[in-house]
Design a protein around this ligand. Structure first.
Ligand SMILES: C[S@@+](CC[C@H](N)C(=O)[O-])C[C@H]1O[C@@H](n2cnc3c(N)ncnc32)[C@H](O)[C@@H]1O
Length: 167
């Protein structure tokens, strides 16, 4: 997953940023958050987890490994649907089929254009991946709203032009 992510970061507008934030939505025991911290590309790696026991495991790991990842990791016992994602640059999701559609809406509403989403196993309906891997990882880049808007308007103009001047 991180290899794919590094490749995407290298060609993205984020690659010059010195303070990238990684977020794992549903961070379980925190392993992905620590793997992200070890990459050395994120200033902060955050895990949100709803299960209090798993959250406590992540927090304990953080304590046990202190001070190594103390400043670069954070864990919150929180429902992902109540988390504001505006500050995230890279988001990892490992959701289940039925939540992928509403999750896609939340990600599109809250993430900055250019942010990267890595989804494990499940694709996000209606999103076009930049890349996929044989392990079932989908990498997406949040589109630039203005470009999307212009593209849609351009398409509508073309359609109107064709129907006015068409056969
Ligand atoms: C498949 S695990 C992925 C764990 C971790 N991201 C990893 O890759 O190792 C999904 C996790 O999402 C958590 N989860 C499910 N719904 C959640 C919610 N609404 N808010 C926060 N965490 C949630 C589950 O408790 C579980 O730990």
């Amino acid at each position: 997953m991180f290899q794919q992510l590094q490749q995407q970061l290298a060609v993205s507008r984020l690659h010059k940023s010195k303070s990238l934030t990684f977020v794992d939505l549903g961070s379980g025991d925190g392993r992905l958050v620590f793997r992200a911290a070890r990459q050395g590309i994120f200033s902060t790696s955050i895990g949100y987890e709803i299960n209090p026991i798993l959250h406590a495991v992540g927090q304990s790991r953080r304590l046990l490994q202190a001070p190594k990842y103390w400043h670069s990791t954070q864990f919150y016992w929180r429902d992902i649907w109540k988390v504001d994602l505006q500050q995230a640059d890279v988001v990892a999701v490992y959701g289940l089929g039925p939540i992928m559609e509403p999750l896609g809406v939340k990600l599109r509403d809250e993430l900055k254009p250019g942010s990267i989403v890595v989804s494990n196993v499940f694709s996000i309906p209606g999103w076009k991946p930049e890349g996929t891997s044989r392990h079932g990882t989908y990498v997406y880049v949040v589109p630039d709203e203005l470009n999307e808007h212009n593209k849609n308007n351009h398409k509508k103009d073309e359609e109107a032009h064709t129907s006015n001047h068409g056969s």
